[in-house]
Ligand binder design. Structure first.
Ligand code: F0G
Length: 457
């Protein structure tokens, strides 16, 4: 087997800025030990998110120049619509400025008090948009997906019996849609199998509930199906993706992931009346139906990105690069969610720092150390992000304490990743010197974005 190389050459480069350890100590202190509050220019390798951080291709940049900025009926919209229809097969395609705008529109119409939305795992914005309408967001992740150390092929799968039980309990009339998030971001970027999508669909059909995909990383999911699920080895990824969407009645998508753009999204469906209602709301909140919240040039870039994302050389490189980082970290003893997902490696902070309890934020401690030691920005996904307080002010922690190293698409080369490996391994070797953190400021909601911390002695 030969080395899997980056399936592109580099035409334009963007310098990254080197800082010293002393400078970084100062910078992270000024940022209140919260990587979200760092200036991006002070970061060497930015693994905060894979969202909106992709490098666009020369053809996407050409599309930016070629974009048609007509208010209504722009030719870029029709190219975008064709590209989305080719992959998803849905009848009605509605552009939005990003994933959460699609969620906001969809749930404003189908949500509301007394309604329930089941999902394998809601991403935070999806949950927030469901709850904002007064509806309840409920997760039904398969049991293996809840155990970081278990290696299984499809840890993003939905627990189908639990879903059916829930539908019977709450009443099908109170469940306006069921969702599957592919890949399952909050559960470690783990894929969902075709069989699972089919089984969920069967249950949905039985009770007359429409199935929606949260399709941000559909191409990565399709590639995992090709590699891991019986019967798909010889099928082109495009056809696998088309089959996945064929079981759904609609989708929300953040094009900032698997459409390789810096901004964009869409909402798609087969139900004409729902599409009419969504478009009416779109006009109020996003824009005219042939541009949503986007410029014509953005629509061009999404259309082109959707063609490039199903390229199997790209996907082989993409999934292998993430796996490479995971494999080497595991070999160095660093505890991660196994197996590596599509877009990110999730460090298991509980096992990394067993002596720092959740209320001293072990994930935050690792994230700060990665910045101080190597200028790497990551994100805590644990008690800082999801922690709540009980009536006595005691922290209620989520089940897992994680640090996500998200890999932007087509941005970093293998030597960048080798450097990340060196830094994580070094921080792991010196883990006994890491300290816990205390929160000194926090906002009432979504506190992780703006919280400020102090290092504990
Ligand atoms: N659904 C999933 C599964 C996501 O991962 C995201 C975004 C969204 C919906 C919302 O899309 O940002 O375009 O509004 N995830 C990013 C992340 C922010 O870092 O994982 P958006």
């Amino acid at each position: 087997m030969k080395t899997i190389i980056e399936p592109f050459r580099i035409k334009s480069v963007e310098p990254i800025r080197f800082t010293t350890r002393e400078e970084r100590l100062k910078l992270i202190e000024i940022a209140g030990y919260n990587p979200f509050l760092l200036h991006a220019d002070d970061v060497l390798i930015d693994l905060l998110t894979d969202s909106g951080t992709s490098a666009m291709s020369s053809k996407q940049w050409a599309g930016i120049m070629d974009g048609d900025e007509s208010y209504a009926g722009s030719k870029s919209f029709y190219r975008f619509e064709d590209a989305v229809k080719k992959i998803t097969g849905f009848s009605y395609i509605i552009p939005t400025h990003q994933g959460r705008a699609s969620e906001k529109i969809l749930f404003s119409i189908i949500g509301g008090p007394g309604k329930y939305i089941p999902n394998n795992t809601h991403f935070d914005t999806t949950r927030a948009n469901v709850e904002f309408t007064g509806a309840v967001a409920e997760d039904f992740l398969t049991e293996t997906g809840k155990h970081p150390e278990i290696r299984a092929d499809f840890k993003g799968n939905m627990d189908v019996p639990a879903l059916e039980k829930f539908i019977i309990e709450k009443g099908k009339e109170n469940i306006p849609a069921c969702m599957i998030t592919i890949t399952n971001n909050s559960g470690g970027g783990q894929p969902v199998s075709m069989q699972n999508i089919r089984e969920v669909k069967d249950v949905c059909v039985k009770y007359g509930i429409p199935l929606f995909l949260d399709a941000c990383r559909f191409a990565e999911n399709a590639y995992f199906i090709k590699k891991r699920e019986k019967g798909y080895q010889d099928k082109p990824v495009l056809e696998i993706a088309q089959e996945m969407f064929s079981y759904a009645d609609g989708a929300t998508m953040s094009a900032k992931k698997d459409a390789l753009v810096n901004i964009g999204g869409f909402l798609a469906m087969n139900d004409e009346q729902l599409a009419v209602n969504c478009r009416n709301l779109l006009i109020v909140t996003e824009g005219f139906p042939t541009y949503g919240g986007l410029a014509g040039r953005d629509l061009e870039a999404v259309a082109q990105g959707l063609e490039e994302i199903v390229d199997e050389h790209y996907l082989q490189y993409r999934i292998r690069s993430t796996e490479y980082l995971g494999e080497k970290l595991s070999a160095a003893g660093v505890p991660i969610i196994e197996p590596p997902g599509g877009h990110a490696i999730y460090i298991d902070a509980k096992r990394f720092l067993p002596d720092i309890p959740p209320d001293k934020y072990p994930g935050q401690s690792i994230a700060c150390a990665l910045y101080i030691e190597g200028g790497i920005r990551s994100v805590e996904i644990g008690s800082v992000m999801f922690g709540k307080y009980d009536s006595k002010g005691k922290l209620i922690s989520p089940p897992m304490e994680l640090v996500r190293l998200a890999i932007p698409r087509r941005v970093y080369t293998q030597s960048h990743i080798d450097y990340v490996l060196e830094i994580v391994t070094e921080v792991y070797r010196n883990r006994s010197s890491l300290k816990g953190y205390r929160i000194v400021y926090e906002a009432p909601v979504l506190r992780h974005f703006t919280a400020r911390f102090e290092m504990m002695e």
